[in-house]
Design a protein. Structure first.
Length: 333
């Protein structure tokens, strides 16, 4: 099969992804082989490729927002019929036995495996995954529309839940990429007002198009005090800026898997019971909940399509804020 391989992490400007022919994987017990139609491009892929997350496997096929169809079940796998349309997300597998898994917090599992990081991902024609960690994709979403829901969408949803906002709340978004452009649609559905702070003017425009109450630069104070804010951008220097915009008791949620160092800041910014919390992965239950909500709203993702062979170009565009919405690789066009 054709696949994109990362051997050694490097700056994306050096185009480190190579497209090659590799053996098609074989589904093991309890796994399914999925023929990939599309795979969304996520900021985390960039963190893996550029070495901000330590390499777990080499070569590795990146990609963890996979939409395709079940091609072949492994031994004992019976959850999906052949040809069923499914999605594969970041969480490839958990141990199911650690204290976190036992407590229903599998997103914090002590020994997790991640798609496109610790095991091969979806920048390829085929992928295998345990059927228990595969999502049915609701009808009504074309493949490329569904792909960004699988990470950007689900993680954004977890961030929204952590933010604890309800109707009438003022919610800040810092960074307005793939996750924010989905999360704003959920926020609007709940009657929450979104204030979008992002350095790129095109992203500010997209935020306004999607119903933001206000959009401006990252150090511009929003016109209202925020009940909560979510930092989607991987830039630690945003944290004190966002804290300045929070009301007393407000919550600041950090949505990324990696962030540059957070500069020191006066305690006053945190005092009055403001809270900072990171978000790590998601549980399958949340994923299912979000996909159901996404089809009810319905969420409409804005996607920029690239052929699989242009993975480097898509990732360069993502790094340069040149993707309005989400980038998606067309594998089986
Ligand atoms: Zn566990
Ligand atoms: Zn992701």
């Amino acid at each position: 099969m054709k696949a994109c391989l990362l051997r050694t992490p490097a700056r994306i400007e050096e185009n480190p992804i190579e497209i090659e022919d590799v053996a098609t994987p074989h589904p093991g017990a309890g796994e399914v082989l999925v023929r990939v139609h599309v795979c969304g491009v996520c900021r985390t892929d960039l963190h893996v490729i550029e070495g901000e997350l330590p390499l777990r496997k080499s070569p590795v096929i990146p990609g963890h927002q996979v939409v395709g169809v079940v091609e072949q079940p492994g031994e004992g796998a019976s959850r999906f019929s052949m040809g069923a349309r499914v999605g594969i997300a970041w969480l490839h597998k958990t141990d199911g036995t650690c204290e976190y898994c036992r407590r229903g917090e599998e997103n914090l599992c002590d020994s997790p495996l991640f798609t496109g990081y610790s095991v091969d991902g979806g920048y390829a024609e085929f992928i295998v995954a345990p059927e228990a960690f595969v999502y049915p994709i609701p009808e009504g979403f074309p493949d490329e529309q569904a792909a960004p829901l699988l990470c950007a969408g689900i993680i954004g949803y977890r961030c929204l839940r952590m933010a604890g906002v309800s109707q009438g709340a003022n919610l800040g978004f810092y960074g307005f990429g793939a996750a924010a452009h989905v999360a704003i649609q959920v926020a609007n559905h709940w009657g929450v007002d979104v204030y979008a702070s992002t350095r790129d003017v095109r992203h500010q425009r997209l935020a306004m198009d999607l119903g933001a109450k206000w959009a401006g630069g990252t150090v511009e104070p929003p016109p209202a005090k925020l009940d909560a804010a979510i930092v989607f951008a991987p830039a630690g220097e945003i944290v004190p800026e966002a804290l300045k915009a929070l009301r007393k008791g407000g919550r600041l949620i950090l949505g990324g898997i990696h962030m540059s160092a957070i500069p020191s800041f006066p305690y006053d910014l945190l005092y009055h019971e403001r809270m900072v919390r990171s978000v790590a992965n998601n549980t399958r239950r949340e994923g299912e909940e979000f996909l159901a909500l996404a089809s009810k709203i319905p969420i409409r993702t804005r996607v920029q399509l690239y052929p699989l062979s242009d993975a480097n170009r898509a990732l360069n565009a993502l790094k340069n804020d040149a993707v309005p919405g989400a980038a998606v690789l067309l594998v089986d066009a």
